[in-house]
Ligand binder design. Structure first.
Ligand SMILES: *Cc1c(COP(=O)(O)O)cnc(C)c1O
Length: 392
């Protein structure tokens, strides 16, 4: 099949919900990808942070292959090994007490919302169900997670949206402006991803955690993008020195297979009882086996390397002093780059992609989410494309 035939097939039969770049990808190895016509790309996007351990990672492939030859799916009506083994690893490495497995980021965040409302219902009865989220946040595409998303552009067309969400500016004063007796939780990203790679202030997060304890609001952290090693620790909250009541994850957890879930602490144990929450594919054995391989690959040494690689990329980009790029920000391999001058981030991304470097946009800037296993050589190849494309 040629590129043009593929584009034709896609646009005839797939709903036009994505503004795709004019590039196809056929196969890849770690952070290097190839199109149908053989053109090579360096991957600074990893499928929006999902291909966390690189493309076709050998250990990931063996884990999946071994599992799928034994059992592909069984549902949560029966026991099977990969789910509980994965749950144990996640709890031990996060300090949380138990986990619910789901299939996507939005679904995992829906779980956080249900957990918070049921926690409050059990303890205080009806009416204490509002959740505070932050302006400029992104929590997903279902009606409820769209409502939770603190950006007006997402609150269109699909009326009626849900009740029970209020949006705060990310300061303690901002939270106090919208608080009330009806609040049961605060949900936030520690680094807003889609919003433009915007890290939250450490002091604000500490004050907020203390306020949550004082008011008995659950502190819900959406780590769908920041989690599973992206920022150089298994979860980003570990670098903020807080212990949330519950935390969601998805994107990178199964190295590119659809998977997600949320972890909760002791306080939330047995809030979600039989019949109150479920998922047909949750803890699917193949996805859970893939996630086990991902966690093995992302050991302490690999996570420290994520921090070093992030520092290396950011200082190399800043040292280029390119006319169209400003400051970089983020943590680990979640990097935002300011775009300057009269060129848009989308135009820059198109040019970089044409020249063989896959990048993402976020807010008004560029965003880099390379595979966490990217090599020095792959980073240098990507940086060379960036320099040559944007120097003029
Ligand atoms: C991507 C993302 C989501 C949504 O995840 P899906 O798997 O697309 O449903 C939710 N929250 C954050 C912070 C994300 O980055």
């Amino acid at each position: 099949m040629t590129h043009d035939e593929l584009v034709q097939l896609d646009s005839q039969y797939i709903m036009h919900t994505y503004g795709r770049f004019p590039v196809d990808i056929d196969h890849g190895k770690n952070a290097t990808l190839y199109a149908l016509n053989g053109q090579k790309y360096i991957d600074f996007a990893s499928g929006i942070g999902a291909a966390s351990v690189g493309h076709c990672n050998p250990a990931w492939i063996s884990a999946i292959t071994e599992q799928i030859q034994k059992l592909g799916h069984i549902s949560n009506l029966f026991y099977s090994q990969p789910g509980p083994k994965l749950a144990q690893k996640l709890c031990q490495r996060s300090g949380m007490s138990d986990v619910f497995f789901a299939n996507s980021g939005a679904e995992s965040n829906e779980g956080l919302i249900k957990l918070a409302r049921k926690y409050s219902f059990d303890k205080y009865g009806k009416g204490r169900n509002a959740i505070l989220t932050l302006k400029n946040s992104f929590h997903g595409r279902t009606i409820t997670t769209l409502t939770a998303t603190g950006q007006d552009v997402f609150h269109n067309y699909f009326f009626p949206f849900d009740q029970g969400f209020r949006y705060a500016t990310p300061t303690l004063e901002g939270i106090k402006e919208v608080e009330g007796d009806d609040v049961c939780a605060v949900m936030l990203e520690l680094i807003q991803g889609e919003g433009g790679v915007l890290p939250m202030d450490q002091g604000f997060i500490h004050d907020l955690a203390a306020l949550c304890t004082q008011r008995d609001w659950l502190l819900l952290v959406d780590e769908v993008q920041t989690g599973i090693g992206r920022t150089g620790t298994l979860f980003c909250y570990q670098q903020y020195g807080i212990q949330p009541d519950a935390v969601s994850f998805a994107k990178g957890i199964a190295g590119g297979l659809p998977f997600g879930g949320f972890l909760a602490n002791e306080k939330c144990r047995d809030v979600l009882t039989p019949g109150t929450h479920a998922s047909t594919f949750g803890a699917n054995p193949v996805c859970a086996a893939a996630a086990l391989a991902v966690l093995d690959i992302l050991d302490d040494a690999a996570l420290n390397a994520v921090k070093e690689k992030g520092t290396y990329l950011r200082s190399a980009i800043e040292a280029m002093n390119l006319p169209c790029l400003g400051k970089t920000r983020g943590l680990g391999l979640m990097i935002g780059i300011e775009v300057k001058g009269n060129v848009s981030n989308r135009e820059l991304a198109v040019r970089l992609i044409q020249n063989g470097l896959l990048v993402l946009t976020a807010g008004p800037g560029l965003r880099l989410l390379p595979p966490l296993t990217i090599t020095k050589d792959e980073m240098d190849q990507g940086l060379a494309i960036l320099r040559n494309t944007l120097k003029s």
